[in-house]
Design a protein around this ligand. Structure first.
Ligand SMILES: [Zn+2]
Length: 168
């Protein structure tokens, strides 16, 4: 049996010192208490926060629906969510999530830009004109641009001609 004695219990065996939940709820901490493994007496604040946001009975239900092996993780996320909600009553942990999502999309954009720059660097320099051809001073992009322009001009011309032909 645990050391008989003082008021200070460093509850490892546990049954003598109520867990933080039972202490706050002023009830007897039964041996199978669902809160005891995750809310030790010395971390009263964690349970207080979770209780404030979710309510002790909801937390108890949630924990019972989760396999024991995953309850510690469930408690960690409940504590995280509760503390975020206490800090930011409007957005809670959504504030963190959306700020991180924003960061992710910014970084994805930067990454895409960096990829594009790498592609430009890796691409062979505009190839020297094959012998025999007149030195084409224009880069391929300019070529394309000129082609597009020419195409545009042709379209305009075509339209113009069609319009004219309506009057003849
Ligand atoms: Zn308890």
């Amino acid at each position: 049996m645990g050391g008989g004695g003082g008021g200070v219990g460093v509850g490892v065996g546990g049954s003598s010192t109520p867990c933080a939940a039972c202490k706050l709820l002023r009830r007897r901490c039964a041996p199978g208490c669902v809160f005891a493994p995750y809310f030790p007496a010395e971390e009263a604040q964690r349970f207080a926060m979770v209780h404030r946001v979710f309510g002790a009975s909801n937390v108890s239900k949630m924990l019972q629906e989760v396999a024991p092996a995953r309850r510690a993780d469930a408690v960690s996320s409940l504590v995280y969510e509760a503390s975020a909600r206490v800090r930011d009553p409007v957005y809670g942990c959504v504030a963190a999530i959306s700020s991180l999502q924003h960061q992710v999309s910014q970084l994805q954009m930067q990454l895409a830009l960096a990829h594009a720059e790498i592609l430009i660097c890796v691409q062979p320099p505009p190839s020297p004109p094959p012998h025999g051809h007149p030195p084409a001073a224009v880069a391929p992009q300019d070529d394309q641009h000129i082609l597009l322009n020419a195409h545009h001009q042709l379209m305009l011309q075509d339209a113009y001609l069609k319009q004219e032909s309506m009057w003849t």
